[in-house]
Write a protein that binds this ligand. Structure first.
Ligand code: TRP
Length: 333
């Protein structure tokens, strides 16, 4: 049977953190074996927030190096940069003609961004879901692994795809479905600020690229309490978070050791944090070193980007040609 297509995009606005890694990227590495995977860097999307040219370019290189360092294999998956595939923005223009002001204005992410950057409520922000729909359906993606925050955007992509199919009476696009990780693949990494999950915008993230000194500093600053007072007491959220992190990066014996200390009211959070920091460093160091080495190899990164662009354009132009034919954009020559 033909492989199903999976697609994921990420804006190049910073570093990948442990939450990205355990929540998604680690799973991408497995998925590339079984699916036709497209992983791309959404540099055009990130223009909505007006990054400096230097930051944008550095961000693109960083994500590319980080994806490869995490184990995404350019031979197995198609890794590419959104702006290298002009077919995407062409499809976006066409889809815009069937995207309505009302529905775009009602999108949660638009309303939120408009609140966050009231001086820059630009049209690209409004049509963000249209560009994202173009990203997805240009490869006729079947699955998109998305977190909660992107569910509505995927919903919109389905809506635009369905609308197009219905309008022209042709099944051009399959419906892209959310891909949710299950069981042991579904790891939600908590933040170090006592509540919630790790996220870039939450400011509680430890990056894969974090240097050891900074990892130690961040972990030592994690929120704790004055310690348990009863044997086998239930852990409050900030404490549970430390244990959850330990479960993710440490050896089972280490976790057991601190569980026991906690249950016997003998735990010292300072010791636990020191151990946790070292275990995070052991986990991330090999990845960090690979990132550093890749960032020093512009030639290789360029080669990967070029090969990815070629593969992505092949797939994208096939769909775009079909779309143009369907809507009546046909050559006179
Ligand atoms: N909007 C996504 C985010 O901010 C990034 C993105 C752009 C994306 N295009 C996509 C994700 C297509 C999945 C599919 O995280």
């Amino acid at each position: 049977m033909r492989k199903q297509t999976v697609l994921s995009g990420i804006r190049p606005t910073g570093y990948l953190h442990l939450g990205n890694y355990f929540g998604a990227v680690r799973n991408f590495v497995k998925m590339q074996e079984d699916y036709n995977c497209f992983f791309f860097i959404a540099d055009i999307h990130s223009l909505t927030t007006h990054p400096t040219p230097e930051n944008l370019q550095a961000g693109v290189k960083q994500v590319l190096a980080e994806y490869i360092a995490c184990g995404i294999d350019p031979e197995k998956a198609t890794i590419y940069i959104q702006s290298d595939v002009p077919e995407v923005t062409e499809l976006y223009t066409i889809l815009n003609m069937n995207a309505y002001l009302g529905e775009l204005e009602r999108t949660t992410s638009f309303k939120e961004k408009a609140r966050q950057q009231p001086d820059n409520v630009n049209a690209g922000l409004l049509t963000y879901p249209v560009l994202m729909a173009a990203d997805i359906i240009i490869h006729k993606a079947n699955f998109v692994p998305v977190g909660k925050d992107q569910e509505q955007n995927l919903e919109m992509a389905r809506k635009f795809a369905k609308r197009f199919n219905r309008m022209y009476g042709k099944k051009v696009f399959p419906m892209p479905r959310p891909y949710t990780f299950d069981g042991k693949d579904m790891i939600k990494v908590p933040g170090l600020d006592g509540s919630g999950k790790m996220g870039k915008s939450e400011g509680n993230a430890i990056n894969l690229f974090e240097d050891p000194k900074s990892v130690r500093k961040k972990v030592m600053r994690a929120v704790t309490d004055s310690g348990p007072t009863e044997m086998n007491q239930k852990k409050p959220e900030p404490i549970q978070n430390l244990f959850t992190l330990m479960e993710i990066v440490s050896k089972p014996e280490t976790l057991n050791h601190f569980e026991e200390l906690y249950n016997n009211c003998k735990i010292g959070y300072g010791d636990m944090k020191k151990q946790l920091a070292e275990d995070i460093i052991s986990y991330t160091s090999p990845i960090r070193e690979k990132i550093i080495s890749l960032l020093g190899n512009n030639e290789y990164l360029a080669k990967v980007a070029k090969a990815g662009a070629e593969k992505a354009r092949e797939s994208a132009s096939a769909t775009l040609n079909e779309v143009k034919e369907v809507v009546g954009i046909r050559k006179l020559y």
